[in-house]
Design a protein around this ligand. Sequence first.
Ligand code: ATP
Ligand code: MG
Length: 382
Amino acid sequence: MPKKIILTGDRPTGRLHIGHYVGSLRRRVELQESGEFDKIFIMIADAQALTDNAGNPEKVRQNIIEVALDYLSAGLDPEKSVIFIQSQISELTELTFFYNNLVTVQRLRRNPTVKAEIQMRGFTESEDNDNKAGIPVGFFCYPISQAADITAFKATTVPVGEDQEPMIEQTREIVRKFNSTYGPALVEPEILLPDNAACLRLPGTDGKAKMSKSLGNCIYLSDPADVVWEKVRGMYTDPGHLQVSDPGKVEGNTVFTYLDAFCKPEHFDKFASCFVGKKVSFEFHNLDEVKAQYRAGGLGDMMLKNFLNAVLNDTLEPIRERRKELEKNIPYVYEVLRKGTEEARKVASQTLADVKAAMKINYFDEGVLDELIKEQQLKYSE
Ligand code: ATP
Ligand code: MG
């Protein structure tokens, strides 16, 4: 049976938020517990984070531990998943260097995620941009380095949010190009998207773009309960829902998107009191009933937000509690990272050896040099 291997990760540009959780982290923990995978590699992508934070290495350095704490608090188990730091595996940069030759500038330019991210970061394409920041070459090429990350571990499965789809497609192209040019050394990965549509690209609390560390529209896994409430209270709903009695819109209403992503059947019983008010009360048994009432009018945003707050905290509270414990044991967290990095490096190093062998640039490997000498001697003896 071919091995089933997971590789995925996050950029240490901030603490992890509920978009990361529903887009990838929750799934990783489920997959880890399923026992279906031979290996699970979880990467803290600090080198990738530096591609658009070159001037702020301290931010990246500080956030490595934050991401690691979030991982362990959310249920990633170092006994079952290998957690490692990208920059400490120099084999990844070597692979990137060889893959660079298999991708055109034009192909990178077409990548819709890179395009959107360039715009979001205010990088400009213009040559005449003395006052504006241009696109760092490393940032522009990060899809190639991501292909190196995935293929170094011979990953078959990459559980990520929808924004990563073009990256996985790019990786698959590189694998096909490499294998057809040099021989079948690499494995073509499959993307694993969340099956719940609300989780593909969770919007920010502003309801506009995707929830993203860089946009400041996040609810973080480590936010205390009062901060979560402040953020939920200020959330975007339906601007047309002015009076409680007005019919409300569910589509595009971020509160409902979050409920779609987080609500579990038991929440209706557990948090029934959220729908008991001074003037009006409701008894709901599932989210469809809540939506129907909102559409009909009569269900106020505050009641709904109270319920969302309870639902979110039901997931976040245990994560917060575990984090508090882990924060008291920082040496343990770094030891997890050190050990994971050591293990990951061995695997990446084997893949790099396979890649160099396929490319025949392993001149000094055992046996190879003798063959090479013979070949050249033959050439010169003719
Ligand atoms: P940055 O702004 O620094 O790029 P980010 O918030 O976009 O940070 P990443 O580290 O780039 O986070 O993404 C890590 C993983 O989380 C990826 O698999 C990505 O698809 C997923 N992810 C990030 N944001 C969301 C979101 N809002 N909804 C669903 N998945 C998300
Ligand atoms: Mg991102």
